[in-house]
Design a protein around this ligand. Structure first.
Ligand SMILES: [Mn+2]
Length: 333
């Protein structure tokens, strides 16, 4: 197993040299070991941490999982569905070893103290600035849960139904239901599905909005306005809460760009269809200036905040820039 000279037909999961080294590193741990997902743990981080604890236990390494601060709503929902208690936040500082899951950047660890401890980080995000210790970055992996799957293989530990569901949940969450998956993701998922149920797992990863969110989004949609620009549509509305959810709903309903302003709080959230050109984060940087505040985000979602009385001006900037983008003017920011 893990012999790189084996043809891939015999071993569909070629285990890398680095995975072997990681396994060796973990098996050499002595003393008290604590496992931490990153700050505001997501499903990939928390599920990966919990499965790692179980896998290590089977190899005689006892550890505990703790949170740096909290877990996000989706992660709490997944644990609840699988009847796994939510780990406690930062316990006593007397661990000898710290294993970080889905994180290798010291800025995502809250107040966790690493000084004087043996640190092993397992991540799939590459950071030029990472923690001191043994850092394993599964480059190109769509989720850390895929790395944990390979690690279990490397350690010869079979995964049970709950562990398989946890890893599947982490993969579904981090890839946004395979939108961010790659060719290595699917063989892992196929094997996890021998123990985990896809429909059930997918149902508890999918976030159910609560009643107040449903109403806020529907109200924003009732008030929505839209304008055609070139071959696209820009839509906008107001909401008193859940602005991003409302923006995403307008995109789901057909808008290429959607912006939801909250004039009371001085906030705007924006979203765009993946196929539309442009970058919402860049639009929000400009909107932030119009807001006398700040803004930013990613390619498809972003937000800005500033002085409430400048909300209309900031929204106008969002609409102006997104219309220019839809008209094919790509040199606007
Ligand atoms: Mn991740």
């Amino acid at each position: 197993m893990g012999n790189l000279s084996l043809p891939s037909v015999l071993n569909p999961y070629p285990l890398s040299f680095f995975m072997k080294r990681l396994a060796k590193e973990l098996l050499s741990l002595k003393g008290a070991t604590q496992i931490y997902p990153h700050s505001i743990a997501d499903v990939d981080a928390l599920a990966g941490a919990i499965v790692l604890r179980g896998v290590l236990k089977r190899r005689g390494i006892v550890s505990s999982v703790h949170l740096v601060d909290t877990a996000n709503r989706q992660a709490r929902q997944v644990l609840e569905a699988l009847r796994i208690p939510l780990p406690s936040a930062s316990p006593s500082a007397d661990a000898d070893n710290i294993i970080l899951v889905d994180v290798s950047n010291p800025n995502l660890l809250g107040n966790l103290q690493l000084a004087g401890k043996r640190v092993i980080a397992i991540d799939h995000h590459f950071h030029s600035h990472h923690v001191k210790g043994y850092v394993h970055v599964e480059r190109g992996a769509a989720s850390t849960c895929e790395a944990i799957f390979s690690l279990a293989k490397q350690l010869g530990v079979p995964l049970n139904a709950k562990q398989s569901a946890l890893l599947l949940a982490g993969i579904l969450s981090d890839t946004a239901f395979f939108a961010g998956a790659n060719a290595d993701t699917f063989p892992v998922v196929a094997e996890l599905l021998k123990k985990a149920d896809y429909a059930k797992t997918a149902a508890f990863v999918r976030e159910e909005p609560d009643l107040s969110q449903k109403i806020a989004v529907l109200k924003a949609m009732q008030r929505a306005q839209y304008e055609r620009a070139g071959i696209g549509i820009v839509a906008w509305s107001n909401a008193g809460s859940f602005e991003l959810g409302a923006a995403l709903a307008l995109v789901g309903a057909g808008a290429d760009f959607a912006f939801i302003a909250n004039p009371k709080e001085g906030r705007i959230s924006g979203a765009k269809r993946a196929s539309a050109k442009g970058n919402v984060g860049r639009i929000m940087e400009r909107a932030g200036r119009a807001f006398a505040g700040s803004g930013g985000g990613h390619e498809n979602v972003g937000g800005a905040r500033g002085k409430p009385e400048k909300t209309a001006a900031a929204l106008a900037e969002c609409l102006h820039l997104s219309k220019l983008l839809l008209l094919g003017n790509s040199k606007i920011y």
